[in-house]
Design a protein around this ligand. Structure first.
Ligand code: NI
Length: 228
């Protein structure tokens, strides 16, 4: 099965290697260029909030940047992305409007996720992302653990009714949106380390999750269309 890596969210969530990319289910196409753009964050070196190793670190190892230098996203872009993030539930619920059981279980191709499975993925992914954001803000340089989203789909009964998962997705976003609206400039430059993809910043988190629900809303529409 050839599915291009296009949902950066699941790439980051799962810490996908080349093998897993092949089975990756987030097949919306808008984000292929995004992955490359993340390189610009990797060029920003921040002073760690506490030492990450026992060896002494020098200024040359961790050049200290000002807050303004560390903020790679301007305030207007941030506001736009927060608004998009908060619009995610609307996009998904509209994509599901009037959905039948048959449409929920239709697959656009063998091995591709159905609309029902996408909804459960959204719940699990968004609850995880909500906790990640909290840890990035409340803990110093947290270790963020990747997971295998396809294994979640296989083992966590993704044939369940969707209502509770839709609500979990909705309110994970709602509560996190409240936090995003209040965060200070200093909190926007916080970061942790992902178990497989490495440096993981709050700004990167926002760019990724601002689009996640909208991309899956489009994927839901395509999956539903397969039932017709
Ligand atoms: Ni996804």
């Amino acid at each position: 099965m050839s599915i291009g890596l296009s949902c950066i969210v699941c790439y980051i969530l799962a810490g996908l290697g080349a093998k897993q990319e092949e089975s990756h289910q987030c097949d919306s196409s808008q984000l292929t260029g995004r992955l490359r753009s993340y390189g610009r964050w990797n060029r920003v070196k921040l002073a760690p909030t506490r030492p990450v190793a026992t060896q002494p670190r020098t200024a040359a190892t961790f050049p200290v940047r000002t807050l303004q230098e560390a903020l790679t996203m301007d305030a207007q872009t941030r506001r736009t992305l927060i608004a998009q993030y908060r619009d995610g539930y609307r996009a998904v619920s509209e994509a599901l409007q009037g959905v039948s059981e048959r449409e929920l279980d239709a697959r656009p191709a063998p091995g591709k996720w159905s609309a029902r499975e996408i909804v459960h993925h959204l719940a699990d992914s968004e609850m995880t992302s909500a906790i990640r954001l909290r840890r990035l803000v409340a803990e110093d340089r947290p270790q963020i653990q990747g997971y295998d989203q396809d294994e979640f789909a296989r083992r966590l009964y993704y044939d369940r009714a969707i209502h509770a998962s839709l609500e979990a997705f909705r309110f994970a976003r709602e509560t996190t949106g409240q936090i995003l609206e209040k965060m200070t400039e200093a909190q926007w430059v916080r970061e942790g380390t992902h178990s497989e993809s490495g440096r993981y910043t709050v700004q990167r988190w926002l760019e990724v999750y601002a689009q996640h629900a909208h991309n899956h809303a489009e994927q839901i529409r395509r999956a539903r269309a397969a039932a017709r």
